[in-house]
Design a protein around this ligand. Structure first.
Ligand code: GAL
Length: 418
């Protein structure tokens, strides 16, 4: 067979040029893992990615997300990857027990104290928040934000229509729920298809009945789980559950928040990522939605912090560091947080960028008692969180206060180191 030489040369040249330019164009990649997939969360993440892309145009972000609020599904996927030696370059993890017990004590994270110093930002963070990312003198992750858990958002026009002022203690809360119920309005929206949202409501009620100091004492052993406040929390929770939407077990947190937006429910207890969500739906604080602390928790700030760290064995550690630098930057924090519904973890933020709700949150954060969230991984190790999710989930069906209380005490004995 006679091969046309000219064709051969052409093909060879083409393949050479192609492979050469492909090699040049093949971008460096950095994989960022999170559960921010929608409902106000994704928008914040995308804004951070944009800043990253401007500063590091040669590094392509692989957005590795696993949907499900509070990391319901993502946390398990991440753990399998980490334990299996297949870590992403950086991942979302809550400061506190979730980071320290699951990944730092097990030697899966790289300390990054030197990086914070090199970038001159170590003293730019709120030190209480940075402590939640620290273990034995080293820092292991960068807090990107501070969310507040004990918030109750409401539809301003529904409250106005029914002449209701937002309740400030558990007694007036229940009275208000009854009033709305009698007026034919769903008083409180809940979506506990994923169990954590019920725990989220319950932990705020715990702060309400125990007070912030006793609540904090549960985690260092100075408060007993036998404290009457624990039982009171279960009783109050049971009562409040009479006033949630009947289909609560079929809804996600976004669905529940959306009920308030759609005018189908008056209140929603949710972390302030719901504030970010309501804003992406087109609402504004103090215009269409209002907020109040979960009744009886005015002196506390249920703190939740999302952080990013550097896992050992990250495929692209330099890319990960570029990501961490972005997360730590004032620009990153002041762009991400106003969208996400959180306040910055840095103390030198530009307050003018934050709306009235977030400004209010910043003021409280600086003055009231911080209480770490159980549902969002800060207060207690994973084993206890999973157990409590199951206990509360069963309790919603049985309503058996004594049994739930006993099971909580058993879980505390099993999982909390005292
Ligand atoms: C929390 C997380 C928030 C938000 C929320 C709902 O655990 O800290 O950033 O994403 O879950 O998914």
């Amino acid at each position: 067979m006679k091969i046309d030489k000219r064709l051969l040369v052409l093909v060879l040249t083409f393949s050479l040029v192609f492979s050469f330019s492909f090699g040049l164009l093949a971008q460096e990649e950095v994989e960022i893992f999170s559960w921010w997939t929608g409902g106000g969360e994704e928008e914040g993440l995308m804004a951070l990615f944009e800043i990253f892309n401007e500063n590091y145009p040669d590094i392509e972000i692989i957005n590795a997300t696993v949907a499900g609020g509070a990391g319901t599904n993502a946390k398990a996927v991440l753990k399998t990857r980490m334990v299996g030696g297949n870590p992403p370059d950086s991942f979302q993890v809550h400061g506190g027990a979730e980071l320290i017990d699951t990944y730092v004590k097990t030697d899966m994270m790289q300390p990054i104290t030197d990086l914070l110093e090199e970038w001159g930002v170590r003293d730019k963070f709120n030190q209480q928040i940075l402590n939640m990312s620290s273990y034995e003198g080293e820092i292991y992750s960068i807090p990107v934000n501070v969310h507040r858990g004990n918030v109750m958002f409401y539809n301003m026009s529904i409250l106005e229509e029914h002449g209701i002022t937002p309740p400030t203690n558990l007694y007036t809360f229940v009275q208000t729920l009854i009033e709305l119920d009698q007026a034919g309005v769903t008083p409180l929206a809940l979506g506990d298809k994923n169990k954590w949202t019920a725990t989220h409501l319950f932990e705020s009620i715990m702060v309400s009945t125990l007070g912030p100091f006793k609540y904090n004492g549960l985690w260092d052993g100075t408060t007993s789980f036998d404290d009457p406040g624990m039982r009171e929390a279960l009783v109050a929770f049971k009562e409040i559950m009479n006033y949630v939407n009947e289909d609560h077990a079929a809804l996600t947190w976004q669905d529940a928040t959306r009920r308030v937006f759609d005018g189908e429910a008056a209140f929603n207890v949710m972390g302030d990522w719901a504030e970010g969500y309501l804003k992406t739906l087109g609402w504004a604080p103090n215009e269409e939605f209002g907020w109040v602390n979960v009744p009886g928790t005015r002196g506390s700030f249920m703190v939740i912090t999302d952080t990013f760290g550097l896992p050992k064995g990250a495929p692209n550690p330099e890319g990960a560091k570029a990501w961490l630098k972005t997360v730590a930057s004032i620009e990153g924090q002041d762009t991400f947080n106003p969208i996400k519904g959180s306040i910055p973890a840095r103390i030198d933020a530009d307050k003018s960028k934050y709306d009235p709700y977030l400004t209010d949150s910043m003021e409280d954060f600086a003055t009231v008692t911080l209480t770490p969230s159980i549902a969002h991984g800060s207060a207690a190790p994973e084993g206890f969180v999973t157990a409590l999710n199951d206990i509360i989930n069963t309790f919603i069906t049985t309503g058996d206060v004594e049994q739930a209380h006993q099971r909580i005490k058993d879980a505390a004995n099993e999982y909390l180191e005292m």
